[in-house]
Design a protein around this ligand. Sequence first.
Ligand SMILES: Cc1cc2nc3c(=O)[nH]c(=O)nc-3n(C[C@H](O)[C@H](O)[C@H](O)COP(=O)(O)OP(=O)(O)OC[C@H]3O[C@@H](n4cnc5c(N)ncnc54)[C@H](O)[C@@H]3O)c2cc1C
Length: 461
Amino acid sequence: MSGAMWRSERAVVRFLQRRIISVRNYSNAGDNHFDIIIAGGGMVGTSLATALGKNSRLSSKRILLLEGAKEFSWTLQEGKYSNRVVALNPNTRNFFSSLGVWNAIEDGRYGTVRKMQVWDGLSNAMITFSHDNLIDPVAYIVENDLILDAVNREAKTLNNVKILNEAKIKGYKLKGHESNVNSVVMDNGNNYTCNLLLGCDGANSQVRKAMDVQNMSWNYDQMGVVATLHLSEANDNIVAWQRFLPKGPIALLPLADNLSSLVWSTSPDEAKHLLGLPNDQFVDAVNGALWKVHTTAGFVDEVTKAFDGFMQSLIGRSNAVRQLPPHVASLEDGSRAAFPLGFGHAINYVKDGVALVGDAAHRVHPLAGQGVNLGFGDAACLSRLLGESVYNGKTLGDLDDLKHYECERQRHNVPTMLAVDGLQKLYNTEFTPVVLLRSVGLQFTNALDPLKKLIMQQSAA
Ligand SMILES: Cc1cc2nc3c(=O)[nH]c(=O)nc-3n(C[C@H](O)[C@H](O)[C@H](O)COP(=O)(O)OP(=O)(O)OC[C@H]3O[C@@H](n4cnc5c(N)ncnc54)[C@H](O)[C@@H]3O)c2cc1C
């Protein structure tokens, strides 16, 4: 027998063995046993269910998605936007396209960011991000509800994915000495078992607690105030604006020509005050936060101007072509809300037969719009690696295989999270030497296109 024939016969035998193993697992399974259980059907959990359900290498696996909330139902209302939005990066768009979900978002609506302008409230320093052609999007601003609606609809079309709503999980008994499967105990007394449990249950993850992994976490003593704002002029609204103020950054994200979404991170006291203001005074406060000139140390201004002049002579162009932010005309009634902001990172994302995904594994400040993008990146990575693992005849949930997931994602997530946390701390002070250092650093970065491209690549991945 030739080597090639021998290899192809062995491949056929391995394929048949895999099919037999998976059919045996399937037929042995009771109704309450699943290959994979996903705890938490938020944006990340539902996307992960869709990715796993569509992965041809996992087609024989039974997947159960458990979500505590009622069945999600949402209809796009013309002109009426939700106040919860996220900035999706191009990589997330590619992930959604691969799931067949991006079309639904495109058929719905989203704002396109073609340029970002970030500036310091206490100095002249600023930085802009865009692609050279000013056409390719830097990010997409999409309502959370639209994302959840699109992935939910897609997940419901999959025969191998079962979705249970109003399915509140009470606790877990993870696999170990007593059992070789994970048990999920429901509030209503039901019990499900699985070979692989995926914790997508958000920042206060119960799965993470059951895994007993160390979670580094702290609160920023800041709230994120969100709202939908009407702008004075219906111009091409393609710029995302962010100004760093002493109490936290204020950002305007484009939704439509004359509509933007506000994410204003500030102290809990100021957040409470802002939520209680009459609409017109709230609008004045937003305009003041975007426009008001703060007293800066004259020394900082002089140094940053001199530094700008120096960079101009060095690179032959001005470093600081600052655009003026839009003027806010009014507030969409009832669109104000506030959310606590914090940092969290699980030292381990996996244990034998268990993995954490999305905010359950990591939580970041929204100032760089990275949080859910990291979660979607986890989902894409885990689906790919589980498919490969099953294709290679491994047991689903094998710890060595899950370690590959942890390693790949932590290599991406940790530097991004540290950078975001570092920025939060760097801009959370009025201490003049720090203001001076960060201002010069920002101008320097703005002048170096290769460095800016690197930052854009990291945040798009
Ligand atoms: C103000 C603000 C602005 C933000 N802006 C951005 C942005 O621009 N870009 C970005 O990438 N990210 C942003 N984020 C972060 C983003 O919102 C989160 O990363 C994302 O929502 C996390 O999704 P998730 O599915 O992992 O978790 P969650 O949304 O928390 O979902 C967890 C799900 O698990 C379910 N669940 C929990 N416990 C149980 C249980 N016991 N039984 C059953 N079900 C359970 C919950 O009901 C929920 O549906 C922002 C966050 C904030 C606060």
